[in-house]
Design a protein around this ligand. Sequence first.
Ligand code: FAD
Length: 117
Amino acid sequence: KLGNETAKAELGRATWKLLHTMASRYPEKPKQDERAAMKQWIMLLSRLYPCGECATHFQLILKEHPPQTSSRASLSNWSCGIHNIVNARLGKPEFDCSTLADVYKCGCADEPGAEDS
Ligand code: FAD
């Protein structure tokens, strides 16, 4: 049981990191097909997420809070908001969404402040 909880938490941390980092690199002015792709990726993630309990809950959250894909800022705030809904359900502290841009770096060469190479 403890092993299961550890695996579930690690999967959660990895997934949140990926989602928030993708949002931090999402276009500021996305094209229609980029918006559709992001929305589909999120919906598919909620269908295929390997923790069944989490997936069920995630799908309910998405019904009430559909992905906001109109810009980088809206996607980032949306993903921070749904993560806070899960945080609240699990009794974890609320995260301050105004600090997002400093937290989620991709390590990409063209990122401000990244090293050359
Ligand atoms: P995490 O919640 O994993 O967060 C990792 C780090 O992200 C934090 O340390 C913090 O630095 C940062 N962070 C925290 N909140 C935010 C935010 N709002 N925005 C941006 N960054 C933030 N676990 C269950 O037990 N039951 C569930 O039903 C469940 N559902 C889940 C649904 C989804 C879609 C996902 C991705 C995960 C789910 N999890 C669930 C896992 C759970 O959310 C945590 O990932 C896990 O409990 C580990 O928590 P943590 O305290 O390490 O921090």
